[in-house]
Design a protein around this ligand. Structure first.
Ligand code: NAP
Length: 236
């Protein structure tokens, strides 16, 4: 039996990933910073719920203790993320508007939060027979794409979100090298209709979750230290 924890799983891509992995037979923890919403989502899915705010040391440590006490963890999906530079009107604060505070808030969740969760759950993953980590990145993380005027993400003007996801990619590479017995990959779901972008995305959550679900199920012979979308490997 494979046990999987997904951060930020009470809605959006995390919820859809949880739904699919429950369907694939995983025991799934819906991790949510709002315990009530997490419980409701878990009940709908036939999953377990655990309170977890990626920005809070005590919350992450308590979640790791609870999952450990229940038997451990095989798969960690670092999905929780924010895009603070996008306003309600879908206007993105660009280089002229970005502040250190916007950078700090974005990195606190997308990067430091990811490392906080990895650090807390590493001891559990190291005890698994087939440990897997999926870090939800973005196409906007790719330096190759963001410097190529022919690519879709190129015109995106925001600084904080792409920079945070580029950091996610480097975190992925460095952890993958450090833990060769684990499969650790970064994924780009594609532009998906969720609250993150005011539901302006072009794909459904079913389409967006595809690569997250696939990489959560890689076997010991699967790739590690890579960056993928549903079509295959991406340029960093
Ligand atoms: P979403 O519907 O807004 O979901 C984001 C989730 O992250 C929510 O469940 C949210 O919880 C959670 N979260 C935020 N801050 C948190 C914290 N401090 N602790 C724990 N959970 C927290 O957006 P989404 O599109 O599904 O995003 C999921 C991931 O996909 C993100 O990493 C995002 O960057 C990435 N992504 C999305 C797209 C896209 O087009 N949608 C494209 C590329 C990558 P609350 O409900 O409590 O706020």
């Amino acid at each position: 039996m494979t046990t999987t924890l997904i951060t930020g799983a009470s809605k959006g891509l995390g919820f859809e990933t949880a739904r699919r992995l429950v369907g694939a037979g995983h025991t799934v923890y819906v991790a949510s910073r709002d315990a009530g919403r997490g419980r409701l989502a878990a009940e709908r899915l036939g999953a377990r719920a655990v309170a977890l705010d990626v920005t809070d040391d005590a919350s992450v440590a308590a979640a790791a203790r609870a999952v450990e006490a229940d038997g451990g963890l095989d798969v960690l999906v670092n999905n929780a993320g924010i895009q603070v530079e996008m306003g309600d009107d879908q206007e993105v604060a660009g280089a002229a508007e970005v502040t250190a505070e916007m950078m700090r808030r974005t990195f606190e969740t997308n990067v430091f939060g990811m490392v906080r969760v990895l650090h807390a759950f590493l001891p559990l993953l190291r005890r698994s027979g087939a440990p897997v980590v999926v870090n939800v990145s973005s196409g906007l993380a790719s330096l190759s794409r963001m410097t190529d005027p022919g690519m879709v993400g190129y015109p995106y003007p925001g600084v904080a979100y792409p920079a945070s996801k580029a950091a996610v990619n480097m975190v992925t590479v460095q952890y993958a090298k450090a833990f060769p017995q684990m499969r650790i990959n970064a994924v780009e779901p594609g532009f998906t209709r969720t609250d993150l972008n005011g539901n302006s995305g072009l794909q459904t959550v079913e389409q967006g979750a595809e690569i997250i679900v696939r990489m959560a199920q890689v076997g010991p012979d699967g790739p590690t230290g890579g960056y993928f979308d549903a079509e295959g490997p991406l340029a960093w």
